[in-house]
Write a protein that binds this ligand. Structure first.
Ligand code: BEZ
Length: 211
């Protein structure tokens, strides 16, 4: 199954380190980051999970739940969690789905057979409170992901949902934004009474709303 931006994230029920988990019940009306790992007891994944556990308070602040996944069984996940705590200094503080029968991997197209026909790639899905898929990232097994970047994208998505702005290259929270092209100057005057820097009629730079 192919999932594209704007699609409704598929529901599933699967084992996890926090017990059987139903995705829609777990998500409720929160945002969710669902991310997959190729295999338990692998070095890059170990660092990623430890880092994500350290970053989780930042996702909590933004109303985003975290859900990891690997296609090994629960027994392995539990042993691996000890290794993650001992080597990375952070205990797993979110559920790790034990997708032993690859149900979720199939639903979310996490196995790319021309890369590897049994292991999942490093997929990331950012799913909003309406279960809509808002970001998809796919990394190869050899390259650890940048979870700070995922946090940055969540900040951008939540900001641009609220205000008629987009965020430019390498934007960070608090930085300059761009007024969406669809907004006329007359309407922009009402929303941005402090004005903007009009570098081109289509490139109107404004302070971040609410910052
Ligand atoms: C890792 O997480 O280190 C890894 C997993 C699969 C292949 C290569 C590296």
């Amino acid at each position: 199954m192919t999932i594209r931006l704007g699609d409704i994230a598929p529901d599933f029920t699967q084992d996890s380190t926090d017990g059987k988990i139903n995705f829609y019940d777990y998500a409720g009306d929160s945002w969710v980051i669902l991310f997959s790992h190729p295999k338990d007891f692998t070095p890059v994944c170990t660092t990623e999970l430890g880092y994500m556990a350290g970053l989780k308070p930042e996702f909590d602040k933004r109303g985003v739940k975290v859900l990891g996944l690997s296609v090994d069984g629960l027994g392995d996940h539990e042993k691996w969690a000890d290794d993650i705590k001992q080597t990375q200094g952070n205990s797993l503080n979110f559920p790790l789905v034990a997708d032993h029968d690859k149900t979720v991997a199939g639903l979310y197209d996490m196995i790319h057979p021309n890369a590897n026909d049994t292991l999942t790639v490093r997929s990331v899905f950012v799913i909003d409170g309406n279960k809509k898929v808002r970001l998809i990232l796919t990394y190869p097994a050899s390259t650890g992901r940048n979870f700070d970047e995922i946090l940055r994208v969540v900040d951008s998505l939540q900001l641009t949902d609220k205000h008629k702005v987009a965020t430019p290259v390498n934007w960070q929270d608090g930085g300059k934004c761009i007024i969406v092209p669809a907004l006329s100057n007359d309407d922009a005057k009402k929303l941005f009474p402090g004005g903007w820097d009009e570098q081109r009629p289509y490139l109107r730079v404004v302070d971040q709303p609410g910052a």
